[in-house]
Design a protein around this ligand. Structure first.
Ligand code: SF4
Length: 289
C-alpha cells in the first residue's frame, strides 16, 4: 500500500492504508483476505451468510456490498473524513461481529457510526457512544480495558461479543427498511452460530431489541406472548433454537442524544450490564430477579 498516494498511517501500527481499506491488506483485525467472496446483492448474501464458522462469517460480512446506498455513503465518508481524523485512514467497510467466539453475553446495537466504527473498523470503537459503553463494560468485568480507541489497542471483550443489526454506517443513523431487511441474514447467521453459548442478549435501543426478536422467530426460537416491550431494564426470557433460555435485556442506547440529556446515566448503564455479567458463571438458564 506504500505506493498509494492517498494512503495514511494507521494510528496504532503506523502502516499506511488508503480509505476505504482494501480487504486482506494487513489492517489490524481485518478478518477478510483479498479473495474473500463479496455479496453483491441479497441472493449472494443469503448464500454467503450460511458460513459454517464465526470467523468466516466475520470475513464475508466485512466485504459485503449488497446495499448500493450504504456502500456509497460509507466509502464517501471514508474518503472525505471528519477534520479531527483527516490524518487517519478510514476502514469504510461493513463492521463484523467482534469479541469472544463462544460468548455468554451478546450486545446488539443499531449500526456503526460514520466516524466511529466506519473509521476504526471495530464496533463501538472510536466514538462517544463507545466511550460510555466500554467504560461500563470494563466496570462490570466484560471488557479488559476502559477505553476502545482503535483496532490494535489491546482491548478485548471477556465472555462477550458485540454485533450491529445493520453492519454499515447509514446516513443520519437511519437505514431504510430495505437495507434493514437486506442486512438481516448477517445477524441471523451470527445468532445461529453464537447462540449455543449465549445466555444473555443486551439490546441497545428498541431497533436492536426488535431485530433480536425478529431473528429469534426466524431461527425457530421462542418469543413470549404478549410480545416483550422494550424499555431500559426490561427483561424477557426467550428460547434459543436448541431449547435453552436466553435473557433479553433492554438498555437505552448510549447515544449522545441519550447521555447528554441524562436519559441514560452511567449508573443506569452499569446496572443493565452488571445484570448481564451476573449471568456469566451460571450454567443453567437465566436467573430471575
Ligand atoms: S448494510 Fe449489511 S447488507 Fe447492506 S452492504 Fe452493509 S453489510 Fe451488506
Amino acid at each position: 500500500m506504500t505506493g498509494d498516494p492517498t494512503a495514511l498511517p494507521h494510528p496504532v501500527t503506523g502502516a499506511p492504508f488508503p480509505s476505504p481499506v482494501p480487504a486482506g491488506t494487513g489492517w489490524t483485525g481485518d478478518p477478510a483476505a483479498s479473495d474473500t467472496e463479496v455479496a453483491d446483492g441479497p441472493v449472494d448474501l443469503a448464500r454467503l451468510s450460511q458460513a459454517p464458522t464465526l470467523s468466516l462469517l466475520e470475513a464475508r460480512t466485512s466485504v459485503c456490498a449488497a446495499c448500493p446506498r450504504l456502500v456509497g455513503w460509507r466509502e464517501q465518508v471514508a474518503r472525505e473524513k471528519k477534520a479531527a481524523f483527516a490524518g487517519e485512514p478510514y476502514w469504510g467497510r461493513p463492521i463484523p461481529g467482534w469479541g469472544d467466539s463462544e460468548p455468554r453475553v451478546l450486545v446488539v446495537g443499531l449500526a456503526p457510526a460514520a466516524h466511529g466504527g466506519n473509521r476504526t473498523g471495530r464496533i463501538f470503537t472510536g466514538d462517544r457512544s463507545g466511550d460510555w459503553l466500554f467504560a461500563s463494560l470494563h466496570r462490570v468485568g466484560l471488557a479488559a480495558q476502559p477505553t476502545s480507541r482503535h483496532a490494535g489497542d489491546g482491548q478485548q471483550l471477556l465472555g462477550a461479543r458485540m454485533v450491529a443489526a445493520v453492519r454499515c454506517a447509514p446516513p443520519d443513523n437511519k437505514p431504510s427498511l430495505t437495507e434493514r431487511d437486506t442486512c438481516a441474514p448477517w445477524l441471523l447467521a451470527e445468532l445461529r452460530l453464537a447462540l449455543p453459548t449465549v445466555r444473555v442478549i443486551v439490546a441497545l435501543g428498541s431497533y436492536a431489541f426488535d431485530a433480536v426478536l425478529r431473528s429469534l422467530r426466524a431461527l425457530d426460537g421462542s418469543v413470549p406472548r404478549p410480545r416483550p416491550v422494550f424499555g431500559h431494564g426490561s427483561e424477557a426470557v426467550l428460547g434459543a433454537p436448541d431449547g435453552h433460555d436466553v435473557l433479553l435485556l433492554g438498555c437505552f442506547h448510549p447515544s449522545q442524544q441519550n447521555t447528554f440529556t441524562g436519559r441514560l446515566t452511567q449508573p443506569m448503564l452499569d446496572a443493565v450490564l452488571a445484570r448481564a455479567a451476573g449471568q456469566m458463571d451460571w450454567r443453567g438458564g437465566p436467573q430471575r430477579q
